[in-house]
Write a protein that binds this ligand. Sequence first.
Ligand code: PEP
Ligand code: MG
Length: 334
Amino acid sequence: LEAQLLTANREPALTADGVSVSLLANIERADEATLVSDYNAAGVGLYRSEYLFLDTGRIPTEEEQTLAYTRVAEALAPQPVTIRTLDLGGDKLIGGGGGGLQFFASHKEKEENPFLGFRAIRLCLEYTEMFKDQLRAILRASAHGNVRLMYPMISGAEELARANALLEQCKAELRTAGVPFDEALPVGAMIEIPSAAMTVDVLAQSCAFFSIGTNDLIQYLLAIDRVNDRIAHLYEPTHPAVLRTLRRVIDEAHAAKLPVSLCGEVGGDPVLAPLLIGLGIDSLSMTPPLIPAVRYVVRNLTMQQARELADRALALGDPKAIHALCLDFYRDHM
Ligand code: PEP
Ligand code: MG
């Protein structure tokens, strides 16, 4: 299998009947850009920008951010680099232990429910100067490659509109200063909150692509804390509610003629990949070492088989039965 995976690594991510399923890399740091070519990814589907903040333990300047983002964009051009804006909060904190967002002066208190709290886009829409530094840095990097910008934890159209308004301000500032950026920079929203999943048609009016964050989406759909070991056995990616939500998001995105990617952990699970492909996902973004196994899976199924698997899975009501169905498919075809 090792040898097969290595061979698969050099082959295009096409199904046996020739449909392309783009396989992208999740990265956390600029120096991981080299993994994209190592694993023959088609680009970066998720660059978790918060690690630059976590690593430095403070808010990096616009210049520092521009340097990091440009480095990745330049290294990978013309391949796409999807930079996600700051997703701090929840389990990702800066400013020391204790679980609080001590870094942010006015938010020293520990939150009772950090995953339902002051996190990601919510935080950015309050610390707008910090957010705009990041938006300008991403815009500036976009002059050096194929950059896409993505907002985390969007819960509805108003947040998307407010973020986009700040982005427009940043563009205007850069134009005035004569600083180049990609005027056609694609802007996308992560779908990782049920309210976003239910309003994809509305969000589609204000963005160019979607990426489903199943790590959070599953947590919020099933009310299972993604980092609580005590209930980890209840965190079931094959819960019918998850499947129905994915089907809905993908169908609504396609109805609006927008592409939809998936960048949560399930995207790198070779047993679940056929189901996701059958549901119609356009691309899968994952931690790079998982790409060869998923590529192997893509190349050994047909769209027809994957669609049939998805239809059969959607007809079942039990998460374990759905998982068993996927496992059987995997064993039969791989
Ligand atoms: C997700 O929620 O699925 C995701 C990719 O984002 P993160 O794991 O960084 O929250
Ligand atoms: Mg997330």
